[in-house]
Write a protein that binds this ligand. Structure first.
Ligand SMILES: *Cc1c(COP(=O)(O)O)cnc(C)c1O
Length: 359
């Protein structure tokens, strides 16, 4: 597909950009450009690809996404290597997962090559928005939504695929700190047969009230239990979990349809196996969690995702009281895995899996 290049009428000046990316934090410093590709069933599918100025998108008030929430997204990062080159981490996995989400939400798939081309083109175009800070990256947000004006309930026939970039510093200000997490009793994130395995905005909308409850209880994040028995630990609002045990095993909850198949999760499974650990995808109950934390069998709990990479869980709280994992600090395995993953992403550690793609 040919991309039309739309010139930017007033790009950010070098001085303004330097000021914006000096300490960008996470989620607010957007770059100058975006990619838009339209889909119309009547026009034979994907058409009219463009790369141009980042700007508001005009939507009909009846656009299906505003009523029935047909929307999916991805989260990925571009990094600078020491030789000055730019690299992506496992972008094919994001493209494949995007299409898996599309199928679940009755949306059209986008050819993986087109998804990757859009991402690479935009990253190359706005490369000078890479923040000059340790742990900095360009956070890439590809998304798709139903744009057709139609209030009947059925899959829409028109969509927009858009890619934007955010200049990002470290996700956690002040470096890595163990997080305290709140066990939600009243709310669930995903039910069997639902949309938990799709990266769709509705899952996040449903997590905001329990996340607010976590904050009210002096916790950083919420952890969800399974919807049926309220017994099995699933994941955080946007991160997967690993339980590192004294017997050399590491447990992560299995992908039964209610858990988002994280790319960091899959990468960590491979890296933990390289450490000689016995990595198992098995259900892990909240009761087992409390007991093994108290007995000392549980050494560490790692939360992982693209945005925050690997983060140790220090404490777990619920209306039944709280418990601490290990010393409540930053464990050895969390540090080791974080450094290794960041090292591979930045091209400082050999990429034996072929995870890194040059832009
Ligand atoms: C995106 C996401 C993750 C992490 O996935 P990564 O591919 O590792 O970034 C975990 N859980 C949920 C609910 C998510 O949306």
């Amino acid at each position: 597909m040919q991309f039309e290049t739309i010139p930017h009428p007033s790009p950010t000046t070098d001085a303004d950009r330097a000021a914006a990316i000096a300490d960008p934090g996470f989620g607010t410093v957007f770059t100058d450009h975006m990619v838009v590709i339209d889909y119309d069933e009547a026009k034979g599918g994907w058409h009219s690809a463009s790369i141009g100025p980042r700007q508001p998108i005009a939507l009909d008030p009846a656009a299906s996404v505003l009523h029935y929430a047909q929307e999916i997204f991805e989260g990925m990062k571009a990094f600078t290597h020491d030789d000055g080159g730019l690299a992506l981490f496992r972008p094919q996995a994001n493209a494949a997962r995007f299409n898996a989400s599309a199928r679940r939400m009755a949306m059209p798939e986008i050819p993986e090559d087109l998804f990757l081309e859009a991402v690479r083109m935009l990253v190359a175009k706005d490369a000078d928005w890479m923040p000059p800070v340790e742990g900095g990256s360009l956070y890439i947000r590809p998304f798709m939504f139903a744009s057709e004006a139609f209030l009947g309930v059925r899959p829409a026939k028109q969509y927009k695929f858009v890619v934007i970039l955010v200049s990002s510093g470290n996700y956690f200000k002040g470096g890595v700190n163990p997080v305290k997490i709140w066990v939600s009793q009243d709310y669930v994130r995903a039910a069997p047969g639902g949309t938990g395995a799709a990266k769709t905005g509705g899952n996040y909308a449903a997590s905001l009230v329990p996340q607010a409850e976590a904050i009210e209880n002096n916790c950083d994040q919420v952890v969800f239990l399974d919807a049926v028995e309220k017994k099995w630990v699933e994941e955080l609002g946007g991160m997967n979990l690993f339980f590192v045990r004294a017997d050399g095993s590491v447990i992560t909850p299995p992908l039964t349809g209610t858990i988002l198949p994280g790319i960091t999760r899959e990468s960590l499974m491979a890296m933990l196996r390289e450490e000689g650990l016995d990595v198992r995808e098995e259900p892990y109950s909240i009761q087992q969690w409390r007991e093994e934390a108290q007995s000392g069998e549980l050494l560490e709990v790692l939360a992982c995702g693209t945005a925050a990479v690997v983060t140790p869980v220090g404490k777990v709280a619920s209306p039944d009281g709280e418990f601490t994992i290990g010393t409540g600090g930053i464990g050895q395995m969390a540090t080791k895995m974080r450094e290794k993953l960041v090292g591979i992403q930045h091209g400082r550690i050999a990429d034996s899996h072929g995870w890194v793609m040059q832009v």
